[in-house]
Design a protein around this ligand. Sequence first.
Ligand SMILES: CC(C)(COP(=O)(O)OP(=O)(O)OC[C@H]1O[C@@H](n2cnc3c(N)ncnc32)[C@H](O)[C@@H]1OP(=O)(O)O)[C@@H](O)C(=O)NCCC(=O)NCCS
Length: 330
Amino acid sequence: MIGAAHKGAEVSITGLGTCVPDRVVTNGELAEHVDTSDEWIVARTGIRERRMATEEQALSDLALPAARAALDDAGLRGPDIDLLIVATVTPDMAFPSTAAILADRLGAVDAAAYDLSAGCTGFMYALAQAYGLLACGLAKRALVVGGDLLSRILDWSDRSTLVLFGDGAGAVVMEATQERGFLGFELGADGAGGEHLWLPGSGSRIFDDAERHVKMNGREVFKFATRVLVQSAQDVLAQCGVTIDDVDVYVPHQANVRIIDHATKKLGIPSEKVVINVDRYGNTSSGSIPLALKDAEADGRLQPGKLVLMTGMGAGLTWGSALLRWTKEA
Ligand SMILES: CC(C)(COP(=O)(O)OP(=O)(O)OC[C@H]1O[C@@H](n2cnc3c(N)ncnc32)[C@H](O)[C@@H]1OP(=O)(O)O)[C@@H](O)C(=O)NCCC(=O)NCCS
């Protein structure tokens, strides 16, 4: 799916909030569980530490503070929201949806609320859905949350996946605005590659011996990720009639610094425009892009008028890009 955003109302991000668990887990701590080392993890992934939830915490416990912060940032309250999407693969439970739980906690009594599953690309898919519903006037104010507790589904004896992931959540408020925010989207999926990153035993398909842990073919996912990060970004830029030189802030999915470096070089974007926080958070799946947006806002790079390119990729296999003009004051 690809399209420039020029048919309906203009839509912008008007609020941004994030939340990560307090508990920091270093590479050294993981090396007590599996045969790995800080040197290996830093050299192959760029990750130095990640956050992990306590046993008492579920996704909604991170999503709620992130959502409240985003609403505050937008100057809104829960009842103002009429669309609430939570992008995740680790909801509190299969049902009720985490979005319905959040809507209740926030008092968003008029909101349509549902969870969306598109792996680490979930936040990008959710942005595009919210954009469509706002642009056509069906929704007025949307809250889009991206977040995961991947620590819940990791195999603590598998060094090839354990070291990569972390927990975190981010939320944005989206509204129809005078100024033009979103310029276009490109989204895709390749189910044939699904077997390279999957969670057997997590649904209605019965597997013998399924332990409900992430299984991954790291090399295949690496090849896929480097390809789609570049292609999807180039496609959305071409669709919107802009070039990579016009982009002020590049926010790629935070999976591995080597994947980001590859995309940065291929796209030809200077490193000072690239947001990287995978060193501190690891791969937080749907939380990755909103957490990176928050960092870019905090370090002063996200200013009104800046052109922002975001690209995510992940299980499915899926990918997605969005191009937007940042309109919000920090
Ligand atoms: C997982 C990943 C970091 C592995 O890096 P790599 O350079 O491809 O490493 P390889 O898979 O070739 O493995 C090299 C060796 O390191 C070993 N290894 C794997 N994980 C290790 C770890 N945590 N510590 C130490 N050694 C490890 C492998 O067993 C292998 O050993 P061998 O040569 O004796 O078989 C890399 O493939 C990757 O990032 N893939 C994408 C994963 C991803 O982003 N997934 C989420 C997408 S949303």
